[in-house]
Design a protein around this ligand. Structure first.
Ligand SMILES: C[S@@+](CC[C@H](N)C(=O)[O-])C[C@H]1O[C@@H](n2cnc3c(N)ncnc32)[C@H](O)[C@@H]1O
Length: 213
């Protein structure tokens, strides 16, 4: 359910460029197989953030079929790198094929691996991390990401408002009470984190945005 009023949502949708053929195919795939993917406004935000920050090394938790990966990877310079984790083999294979067709295979390292183990095994300094996997694991991902993010680096987490249920505290048909409670705790955690300066945007399903101090 959109967080914005229908009129604002329609206005923004009417001013958005249509997806190119590949992205349209991926969106249709997501719809057909009920794969949760970022809506276009969140994808565009990811692309703009990656471009605006000049990100060269990006982490992603939750590839699915690669829609958010595509928005991020298209913002990378030719020698940039995006490492993304996914535990579902079928989705990982689909994402690999789509990113290959996008001509971005050189820039992306799509790993069929639990992100908790994958992040723990990484080192180095990363510019931007996008979190969009199991909602109950966000705090664990964040701990590892903070170890990997350079000072001034950005963490972006999707579904921060969970159809607005995080604001009301009441479950809906999409978000059960346990996840709503987890989502509320995560927002409090990010906004109060001593190593982060953070905000929450009402874009898509809500996006938490935090810069590492
Ligand atoms: C919301 S979808 C990701 C959508 C994708 N970011 C996009 O917008 O195109 C979440 C994905 O995270 C994956 N996932 C869940 N737990 C995970 C974990 N611990 N490590 C890696 N992937 C995980 C799920 O299999 C699912 O495909």
């Amino acid at each position: 359910m959109p967080i914005l009023t229908p009129a604002v949502d329609e206005y923004l949708a009417a001013h958005r460029a249509p997806p190119d053929d590949l992205l349209a195919e991926m969106e249709a795939h997501g719809e057909r197989d009920r794969v949760p993917i970022v809506p276009p406004e969140t994808g565009e935000l990811l692309h703009v953030l990656a471009r605006a920050t000049g990100a060269r090394r990006i982490l992603e938790v939750g590839t699915a079929i690669g829609v958010s990966t595509l928005y991020l990877a298209r913002a990378l310079p030719a020698d940039g790198l995006l490492v993304s984790f996914e535990i579902d083999a079928e989705r990982h294979a689909a994402a690999t094929s789509y990113l290959d067709r996008a001509g971005l295979a050189e820039r992306v390292d799509l790993r069929l691996q639990d992100a908790r183990a994958g992040l723990a095994a990484l080192d180095g300094a990363w510019d931007l991390a996008f979190v969009d996997a199991a909602k109950g694991e966000y705090a664990t991902y964040l701990d590892e990401i903070l170890r990997l993010l350079r000072p001034g680096g950005l963490v972006v987490a999707d579904n921060a408002l969970m159809s607005g249920t995080v604001a009301t505290g009441e479950a809906d048909s999409t978000w059960p009470q346990a996840l709503v409670d987890t989502g509320r705790a995560f927002v409090d955690h990010v906004l109060g984190h001593p190593e982060l300066t953070a905000t929450v945007l009402p874009v898509g399903d809500g996006v938490a945005l935090a810069v590492r101090r």
